[in-house]
Design a protein around this ligand. Structure first.
Ligand code: ZN
Ligand code: ZN
Length: 85
């Protein structure tokens, strides 16, 4: 049905991903991630979750963002404040 543009596999269950109006065909999510997922600007790993974005640059986690000088982000939410009764 479609040839994976990442590995070239011709697979009947291939699927299409449209990015910015451009269609891409893959045989697996792994191939789609390989081709389309942004890389962390600090460590280079593929960002397949939400990631952390600052100043238009994408990082895989707050630690990488911090090491690149972005101090405003953090991985975890603020701890819940003690309830004042
Ligand atoms: Zn593939
Ligand atoms: Zn990273």
């Amino acid at each position: 049905m479609g040839v994976c543009e990442s590995c070239g596999n011709d697979y009947d269950k291939s699927f299409e991903v449209i990015v910015a109006g451009v269609s891409h065909t893959f045989d697996s999510f792994e191939c789609a991630i390989h081709a389309l997922a942004p890389g962390c600007d600090h460590c280079g790993c593929k960002v397949i979750g939400h990631g952390v974005e600052g100043d238009g640059i994408i990082y895989c986690c707050a630690n990488c963002a911090k090491q690149s000088g972005l101090n405003k982000v953090r991985d975890r939410a603020e701890p819940p404040r003690a309830a004042t009764a």
